[in-house]
Design a protein around this ligand. Structure first.
Ligand code: NDP
Length: 239
């Protein structure tokens, strides 16, 4: 059974990578933790109450928040982590593909926040942690669509932080650098691949195989989330 001393936390995308490590770290820190995956059954760290939910789906998100509130009565910490990437030249992805990526990375957090806010406002306290990326601050070539999605969540979060302070709710951005997770394998591949980018792809593949791009462990990002969750006066950005 979860401990309840630190409050109730909800982490989207807790089946893998940063979300998994964050859910585990929050549990360890004494939160009662709910996590999500699109899969049924939803699997995550032992002790985390996993729920099946898709952040692209209004009804699914409404069900998720309704379930957590019915069971736990409140949400003290909401971690919007679920996200996907696409690597490739800008004209290799259709606008429809960019929209599909934004549907997860930008409109996903918006859906979850909209659903959770009435209860959080009523509580008069709470923290929202949005997992952005270093590419939300420093755009990089062959990542234009992903970088745009993370810049969007940066602007949304900063605006929201000002909007919600008066209600005792703070919004925080986490901006991880490359982190060793299944992110690359789980991401989209360009739906209109062009031969001129074949060498870019081959190079990325070679770097990955040689471990040159091996980044930090997701547990390090999880500790940053925990720090942001616990800070009496949080910063807006944690890089
Ligand atoms: P993973 O692919 O390991 O994990 C992604 C998680 O998101 C999974 O639990 C997956 O759950 C969930 N997810 C994906 N799509 C949806 C959806 N539509 N609805 C609900 N859940 C979904 O990636 P990471 O842990 O690396 O990424 C987590 C976050 O960190 C993302 O926002 C990413 O942009 C960000 N980030 C990652 C970096 C990295 O280098 N890895 C660097 C900077 C930021 P399931 O498949 O079970 O549904």
């Amino acid at each position: 059974m979860n401990k309840v001393s630190a409050g109730v936390a909800l982490v989207t995308g807790a089946s893998s990578g940063i979300g998994y490590a964050t859910a585990a770290a929050l549990l360890q820190a004494g939160y009662r933790v709910y996590g999500t995956s699109r899969r049924t059954p939803a699997a995550g760290p032992a002790g985390v109450a996993m729920r099946t939910a898709d952040v692209r789906d209004d009804a699914s998100v409404a069900r998720l928040i309704g379930d957590v509130l019915a069971e736990a009565g409140r949400i003290d910490l909401l971690v919007n982590n679920a996200g996907i990437g696409v690597t490739g030249g800008a004209e290799e992805s259709s606008v429809a593909q960019a929209q599909a990526l934004f549907d997860v990375n930008v409109f996903g957090p918006m859906r979850v926040i909209r659903a959770a806010l009435p209860a959080m406002r009523q509580q008069g306290a709470g923290r929202i942690v949005n997992i952005s990326s270093i590419l939300g601050v420093i755009p990089a070539p062959y990542n234009a669509i992903y970088a745009a999605s993370k810049h969007a969540i940066e602007g949304y979060s900063e605006s929201l932080d000002h909007e919600l302070r008066g209600f005792g709710i703070r919004v925080v951005l986490i901006e991880p650098a490359y982190t060793s997770t299944g992110f690359d394998a789980h991401g989209m591949t360009p739906d209109q691949p062009l031969a001129i980018y074949d060498e870019v792809r081959a190079q990325a593949e070679r770097l990955m195989q040689r471990g040159v791009t091996a980044g930090d462990a997701p547990e390090i990002v999880a500790q940053t989330v925990l720090k942001a969750a616990r800070a009496a006066t949080p910063k807006l950005r944690y890089t």
